[in-house]
Design a protein around this ligand. Sequence first.
Ligand SMILES: Nc1ncnc2c1ncn2[C@@H]1O[C@H](COP(=O)(O)OP(=O)(O)OP(=O)(O)O)[C@@H](O)[C@H]1O
Ligand SMILES: [Mg+2]
Length: 492
Amino acid sequence: MPDPERIRTGEDHDAPSDGKDLALSYARTLSWLSLLLILTTTLSLSFFISNSARETLLTRQENFARSLAVNLNYQIFRRFFLPTFFARGHIALRDNEQYERLDTVVQSVIQGLPVKRLRIYDFSHRVAYSTEREELGKVGLAPENLDAVLEGDTPKPETIAGIPAWQALCRLPLSEGSFMLRVLYPLRGELDGRPTSVMGVLELTQDITDDYEEVVAFQWIIVAMCLISSVVLFTLMLLLIHRTEKVLALRMEKNRMLEKELHSNEHLAGMGRVVASIAHEIRNPLGIIRSSAELLHNRTDKADAGTQRILGAIYDESLRLSRTLNDFLDYARPRRPKQELADVNLVLDQLLAFLEGEMARHGVSVERDTVPELFVRGDRELLYRAFYNILVNGQQSMDGPGTLRISGRPDGRGGVHLEFRDSGPGFDPRTLPHLLDPFFTTKDAGTGLGLPIVQSIIVSHGGRIELLNGEQGGALVRVSLPSAEPSVVSNA
Ligand SMILES: Nc1ncnc2c1ncn2[C@@H]1O[C@H](COP(=O)(O)OP(=O)(O)OP(=O)(O)O)[C@@H](O)[C@H]1O
Ligand SMILES: [Mg+2]
């Protein structure tokens, strides 16, 4: 249920702004969440790309190592095993000459290739041959799955990491031998197109540290690029959020002000209605006071000058007061304009005939330049009042002889365009923005309702009023009135 106290005071602006604040904070949280999502997605993507790059490199290295092992096996069998066996009847690698012979074959194959070491194990897991001669005859160096290979199995090449992969990320450049690739291959030959039995196991060890280092550097480049682009995106979005927040805050502030203004306008409008009904109630008794004062003034002995003066003052003041009241009521309770066909020229004819004496008394000449056939749809009486106020203002501003110029012509869109110029001092630029405010006046006896009434009449006709100063001085009032429908004109 609404709080009656708050509705009455008209100060309840918190609820809607709370709602907007909530929406703003949702937008902020959402933006942060989406930014985090972007960041995690790009990082995961960068890891995925760099990992697949590493996998590709390893696969390439493994394929190369396997082909090398196959080639070595073939070369050893053909160029060492067969000739030695047929020449000596047995293979004894402890024999220096045999070792040298095998070593020559091996070196001729692996020369220039990134091979760290090559070993051959015999069935007792002893090193039968090694490119590092001091290892010859050693036991305990063989890998665990050697037996499986001795039985003819060819296992997948294996990466031997000297340091954990995550440490390698932060330890660039890597020291030599940090990452090795080991291939085990059963050593056997081929006779008459059939494979011989396994004679030992080839162990080929390759140093892949350099390649690994390249992959790690590549990983870093991808991560850095993703991070940089995310940070740029992040900053841009933050700026956008900040800017949106600012704009929203400004809008909210503006809305708050508008709401406040609306409440105060409603309040003022209420007060205006009260004052208008009071003014309406005063108007009739005031009329009686004025006519009674006039009656008494006529009945009083002319010799009683003092009483006559007092009665005259009562009459004048009540007349002024009732004029002010009428103006106020015209402004506060504007009449809906009649929708009759109004001939602007006719309205001006009547008005100028009425003002002729007054203008002549002040030495004001009126120059009129209006084309015939200026029709609008509206209320002749109200238009008369509006033009009257403009012309009287012009005459009053000149404070003596001068010229009032009236021009009227079609505006090209079926409406009428009127201009009223005077040869007075023109509108004061300092007060110009306030001239259409009710009760703004610079005259001692003015109500300040003349121009607001003019504006209200013109606007109620769907027209526009503009106050400016003429190029040759003097005030210029421009009035635009929309067209009368052509059908109405022709029927008239
Ligand atoms: N033609 C004009 N030249 C210079 N100033 C003008 C002109 N017309 C109006 N003004 C200025 O605009 C003010 C407001 O005019 P408005 O007609 O609303 O009230 P008013 O003339 O002061 O009073 P009232 O119309 O009730 O006699 C005037 O007091 C005057 O200062
Ligand atoms: Mg006036």
